[in-house]
Design a protein around this ligand. Structure first.
Ligand code: MEZ
Length: 568
């Protein structure tokens, strides 16, 4: 048979696993996180660094997913999954591809099994359950533990990270040593004003105030854990450079997530993978009693907890929810992780939580056309211009995302090109990544690039832009920051179109990250942070404010959840 287990028969025989009683032992050793199996894989094969194949242009063992479980892609008797192709479109051969497909373990939520799990009572008790293993979840878990709480983090995917792992940009913060070193004048009030203006003044000002005031501390905290955030760039809608990023132009998200995961491990916080929460259980007095979790191997079980933190992310990959809340975006691509299915919103709604701005969905203007790959706002921040199919600029590249997306959708073909030169490729590791993915068109002159892409007016546009850049004033669109003159070949272009990126609305929270009910009262023991919530970003989120939101409100939620549980 052509499956991984049969292949490994070389090492032993069927009896290695199937001898009397042996399967029982093996089954017992299989936890939902599949830790034991993965440890066994690594015992023979080493880690991903050992498996990385330098000869491959794109190596699945050396990706931004980091050291995820081997079983995320490979399984014993069943067909392997090319997890990368949740977002990419690689023509990569998977070994044992013709093994039989395995039944999905995480189909519908089974109400009958949920009821039975509640009736059986809790199999485990902790102080705080954190639902979701992205940036908000890990920050909540770490903060809850600092308060002395026994914490358990549950993640439905076979790997952690959610949308945070895909975050390319960085974290917005004001008053940091990085801004000081670059002589950037900024203030908390400017941060707040930019965020409110970007959100069309529909944000909750109390939440935005916290975002601005605690942003520098959020950067300091991430740095204290080992994240490098030395670089600064300017994101759309910000009046100064305040997006903090890793130096060398690497994407921020993978670095942050790898660090948080490592620190959680070092601090002994259990992170349980393949574990989807399908119910928040309430006591008769409506206080939180715990959750029902559906584990890939363990099935349905209730876990008792004094507090629950929802950190499940948004609903950008839930087609039904998009079609319902934002029908005009229903056929749009999405930059989101497959995990962004709105679970937390559904869980909270079911027990009477109130929602804020639930129908506000952000389209990021620059997702690679016909792909799910985000071309980071950083690319415009460090100098790229955006032009239409004729090679003409049509918008201030650093305007807010809603305006840039609307402007693109009015162009011929509803797409645009980002154009830049060698300087950006040298500066930004992430751009070299787009090149490896085959997304860039190239020309050794602007004219050559124009010919390759059919942008007839590109040479004139670039010449005009270079004049504005030299004069320090964009006479065409009022772009405030023009860091590069286009004069270093080769020249590059990448085709982009708007894609669903962030769902601004969600569970209503107060400044302590308590979830609010329909009467705007605190729901006793229920907290939430990050993209699952609404109110922080209003109708439009600024680039760099998501990581700020997830770190700041993740920490607030974790701390308050712990205090609440410990005082019970
Ligand atoms: O905050 C973001 O979503 C962001 C900065 C994205 C990006 O374009 O890199």
């Amino acid at each position: 048979k052509n499956d991984l287990a049969s292949f490994h028969l070389k090492m032993g025989d069927c009896q290695t696993c199937h001898a009397d009683g042996k399967m029982k032992d093996i089954k017992k050793s299989i936890t939902d996180s599949e830790t034991h199996i993965n440890a066994q894989c690594k015992e023979c094969h080493g880690g991903f660094a050992d498996l990385a194949d330098k000869k491959l242009k794109l190596d699945p063992h050396g990706s931004h997913l980091g050291e995820i479980n081997c079983t995320t892609c490979h399984s014993g008797h069943a067909k392997p999954k090319l997890t990368c192709n949740n977002c990419h479109n690689f023509k990569m051969e998977m070994p044992f591809a013709d093994a039989k497909a395995k039944k999905k373990w995480d189909g519908d939520w089974d109400q009958d099994k949920i009821k039975k799990a509640i009736a059986r009572g809790p199999v485990e008790t902790v102080d705080v359950v954190v639902v979701g293993g992205g940036n908000a979840g890990f920050n909540a878990a770490l903060s809850a533990q600092v308060e002395g709480a026994k914490v358990l983090l549950l993640e439905k995917a076979p790997y952690v990270g959610g949308n945070s792992m895909l975050a390319a940009g960085g974290i917005n913060a004001v008053g940091t040593p990085q801004q000081k070193a670059k002589g950037i004048k900024d203030s908390v009030n400017w941060f707040i004003e930019d965020t409110m203006k970007g959100g069309r003044y529909k944000n909750d000002p109390k939440l935005v105030k916290i975002l601005g005031e605690q942003s520098a501390d959020a950067v300091k905290w991430l740095e204290s854990l080992g994240v490098n955030l030395d670089d600064l760039t300017r994101s759309g809608g910000a009046r100064v450079q305040r997006t903090h990023r890793p130096h060398g132009g690497a994407s921020a998200g993978p670095q942050i997530m790898a660090t948080l995961n490592k620190v959680a491990k070092e601090r002994g916080i259990p992170v349980r993978l393949n574990s989807r929460v399908e119910k928040i259980v309430l006591n008769d007095d409506k206080s939180v009693a715990g959750v029902v979790v559906h584990g890939r191997h363990s099935g349905y079980n209730m876990i008792a907890a004094g507090s629950v933190v929802l950190a499940t992310g948004g609903y950008g990959m839930n087609k039904q929810m998009i079609a319902y809340y934002r029908p005009t975006f229903k056929d749009m691509t999405s930059s989101n992780n497959v995990t962004a299915t709105g679970d937390g919103i559904l869980l909270a709604k079911e027990i009477g939580a109130s929602m804020t701005d639930i129908d506000w969905v952000q389209a990021h203007p620059t997702v690679g056309k016909d792909s799910r790959i985000l071309i980071s706002e950083t690319v415009r921040g460090v100098g790229a211009i955006m032009v239409n199919t004729d090679g003409q600029r049509f918008v201030n590249e650093l305007t807010t995302r809603d305006r840039a997306s609307d402007a693109i959708l009015k162009q011929k073909g509803k797409y645009a090109w980002l154009v830049f030169d060698k300087q950006l490729v040298e500066k930004k590791k992430m751009i070299r990544g787009y090149d490896r993915l085959g997304m860039l068109s190239k020309g050794s002159t602007i004219e050559e690039l124009a010919k390759a892409t059919g942008m007839k007016d590109l040479a004139k546009t670039v010449a005009d832009y270079n004049k504005y850049q030299a004069a320090g004033k964009d006479a065409a669109f009022g772009r405030e920051d023009m860091p590069i003159k286009f004069n270093q070949p080769p020249f590059y272009a990448v085709k982009v179109a708007p894609g669903i990126h962030h769902t601004m609305g969600g569970v209503a929270i107060d400044t302590d990250a308590n979830v609010l009910n329909l009467q705007s009262w605190k729901m006793d023991g229920l907290f939430a942070a990050g993209e699952v919530t609404g109110g922080v970003h209003g109708f439009n989120r600024l680039g760099g404010n998501a990581i700020a939101d997830t770190v700041i409100f993740g920490r607030i939620a974790g701390k308050n959840a712990a205090k609440h549980a410990l005082k019970k």
